[in-house]
Design a protein around this ligand. Structure first.
Ligand SMILES: Cc1cc2nc3c(=O)[nH]c(=O)nc-3n(C[C@H](O)[C@H](O)[C@H](O)COP(=O)(O)OP(=O)(O)OC[C@H]3O[C@@H](n4cnc5c(N)ncnc54)[C@H](O)[C@@H]3O)c2cc1C
Length: 252
């Protein structure tokens, strides 16, 4: 299509696998994500016995994890999910002060530590890894052609938004093309396609930049950044309108 494409790599690989949970539970309905210095590790519910793993990590660590026998891989994973890390004292104090303040004004505290389900096995042959990067096409459309999904944009999996952005593209393109056909216009006219591009870029670009910002915010151990993300999460959790606005943006 001869269009410009902006991209960069995160120097991380995403290791995916299908995991067997230690206990069957109807409560396996929550997606978990833990942000580690090497990258986030996420468990996404599949059914009452299995979860899907997305483990972002350094290319060296991923190479090592892919080679491990199943039992050692599970040990490494459970350690990544449950190991307690030394927390920064200043951040901990700031979290406590904010919690006390929230209690005073009757907002929910955020000090409970909920735990992800523990994992006992990995489904044979389900481990694989992919390089992680950011990519965005300056234009999504050309004469009689439209890009949707990862062909138009690629994001870090930490927000679980890749597929959603693609579904949103398809829904929008479908609506615009249907409207064009009902109105008797030629299918795939550049005017209609440009409307699709404008609508989707207005939604996709801010979402993508927010995800890229989060990736950078969670890739550092510098105290001001740790403080910012810690307090940011605590405030987001306590203030329902902010939380709802984020959910709303993520659902389109
Ligand atoms: C490690 C990792 C974890 C992820 N986790 C999540 C998550 O938790 N939640 C989420 O929403 N998203 C996640 N994503 C993103 C998600 O996988 C993608 O956004 C989604 O798969 C994009 O779908 P797509 O159909 O646009 O593209 P793709 O899934 O890339 O499909 C494109 C298809 O086209 C085929 N193809 C390519 N070139 C040609 C050709 N010339 N001829 C014929 N066929 C061709 C490819 O083989 C491929 O099958 C993750 C991505 C990665 C890498």
């Amino acid at each position: 299509m001869g269009i410009q494409y902006v991209s960069w790599n995160y120097n991380q690989m995403g290791l995916v696998a299908t995991l067997q949970l230690s206990e069957t539970t109807d409560q396996n309905t929550i997606a978990w994500q833990r942000f580690l210095p090497t990258g986030p590790v996420a468990l996404l519910p599949l059914n009452s016995k299995q979860s899907s793993l997305v483990w972002s990590n350094t290319p060296e660590n991923v190479k090592h994890l892919l080679k491990l026998p199943n039992d050692q891989f599970i040990d490494e994973l459970n350690s990544a999910l449950f190991k307690t890390f030394q927390r920064n004292n200043i951040v901990q104090e700031a979290n406590k002060i904010l919690d006390t303040f929230f209690k005073l004004i009757n907002l929910p505290p955020n000090c409970m530590r909920q735990l992800p389900p523990s994992v006992c096995d990995v489904v044979e042959g389900s481990r694989a890894a992919f390089p992680l990067g950011f990519g965005h096409a300056a234009n999504y459309v050309g004469k009689n052609v439209a890009l949707v999904g990862d062909a138009a944009h690629r994001v870090h999996p930490l927000g679980g938004q890749g597929v959603n952005l693609g579904f949103g593209d398809v829904e929008c393109l479908n609506e615009i093309l249907s409207e064009a056909v009902y109105s008797g216009r030629k299918l795939g006219s550049l005017l209609d396609l440009k409307e699709y591009e404008t609508k989707r870029q207005r939604h996709n670009v801010p979402t993508m930049l927010a995800l890229d910002g989060l990736q950078k915010l969670y890739s550092t151990e510098a105290a001001p950044a740790v403080l910012l993300r810690s307090l940011g999460l605590q405030i987001t959790h306590a203030l329902s309108p902010i939380k709802r606005a984020i959910i709303q943006q993520a659902a389109h």
